[in-house]
Design a binder for this molecule. Structure first.
Ligand SMILES: Cc1cc2nc3c(=O)[nH]c(=O)nc-3n(C[C@H](O)[C@H](O)[C@H](O)COP(=O)(O)OP(=O)(O)OC[C@H]3O[C@@H](n4cnc5c(N)ncnc54)[C@H](O)[C@@H]3O)c2cc1C
Length: 291
């Protein structure tokens, strides 16, 4: 047993000050579904756990068609998918929020915690990347915004510097004729880590027959979530067709650099990226067409 202090700051400044003065002996706590598991397993040792729940900005969930979506770092998944306005504007985000763990986990687990935990398999991260999500960070030297695709730097590692905390994730309002989808492959229906996952966002022209732009991101096939930029860019200006989608899926497969482990082989994972890219692109197109 180790004694750990539990700090309950009420402001961002207070949290930053506690984090800065304890260095890597302190961690923020959102839902705790990663952090507490890691502490109990002895994979992490801390002096202070810093609770997020008393800080208003970390618990904000707001959406407007002008400003888009702000998800405070500690907002649990269930609050996101139970918010009708958010659920209808961001069905691609709901794909992930309803996938993470099960109902009990979703009662605590946050998108912010998923991002900060920086697992290659984090199910919400590809969708946040493809929707143009930005991490709003505050630390001892002020605030900064980091695009979601630059946030994770290695397995369990991210761009946060000493004393910095994630305040919120901001996602722009969806463009007209756009759609997002996230799918993963796991050997059973829930409570497992993705063997591979793919998120895609597409923007179509008003006819719904041509891609204006697309973004594709992959989970569980590299040390960090992957932003498959070339694969998405290859669709810009192309007709929505089997050929253009096939070409993008081949480029996404080329960006997958997985390992063999107990969940899957390199070959299986690369193959899955192709299948899931094609499926998510078709699903995102259907959503963009109003389906
Ligand atoms: C049974 C079970 C099933 C799971 N299934 C899935 C799954 O299907 N898919 C999936 O992706 N994950 C899954 N997970 C992992 C976990 O639930 C998710 O990663 C979840 O989103 C983490 O969110 P949290 O709020 O609980 O984070 P926490 O555990 O509170 O925090 C996670 C990490 O982020 C840091 N952190 C939190 N908030 C901040 C902040 N504001 N600033 C800086 N750092 C911060 C913490 O210090 C910690 O290092 C599962 C976990 C369990 C126990």
């Amino acid at each position: 047993m180790e004694a750990i202090d539990f700090a309950t700051p009420k402001t961002i400044d207070e949290a930053v000050q506690i984090m800065a003065s304890n260095g890597d002996r302190a961690r923020m706590l959102a839902g705790g579904t990663d952090l507490i598991v890691q502490l109990r397993a002895g994979r992490r040792s801390l002096d202070v756990v810093v609770d997020s729940k008393g800080i208003p900005e970390l618990n904000e969930l707001s959406y407007s068609a002008q400003n888009g979506l702000t998800i405070g770092a500690a907002v649990p998944c269930y609050k996101i998918y139970q918010n009708q306005e958010v659920a209808s504007a961001y069905p691609g985000l709901i794909d992930s929020a309803t996938l993470i763990g099960g109902i009990q986990i979703q009662g605590r687990a946050s998108i912010g915690g998923n991002l900060c935990n920086a697992a290659p398999s984090g199910d919400s991260i590809p969708g946040v990347i493809t929707m143009g999500g930005v991490a709003h960070i505050v630390g001892p030297n002020g605030s900064r915004d980091v695009p979601a695709e630059e946030f994770c730097t290695g397995p369990g590692r991210n761009v946060l510097q000493a004393g910095e905390i994630l305040v919120s994730i901001k996602i722009p309002a969806p463009q007209a004729h756009s759609g997002t989808n996230y799918l993963r492959f796991i050997p059973r229906n829930e409570m497992d880590i993705a063997v591979a996952g793919v998120g895609t966002t597409v923007v179509l022209d008003p006819s719904g027959q041509n891609f204006v732009s697309a973004r594709i991101s992959l989970a569980s096939v590299a040390p960090t979530p992957v932003f498959a930029k070339e694969a998405g860019d290859s669709l810009a200006g192309k007709p929505v067709s089997e050929a253009s989608i096939q070409e993008a899926s081949e480029k996404a497969m080329a960006d997958a650099k997985p390992i063999n482990d107990m969940r899957g082989t390199v070959r299986q994972r690369v193959h899955l990226v192709g299948v899931l890219t094609r499926r998510t692109l078709n699903n995102a197109v259907e959503r963009a067409r109003g389906g």
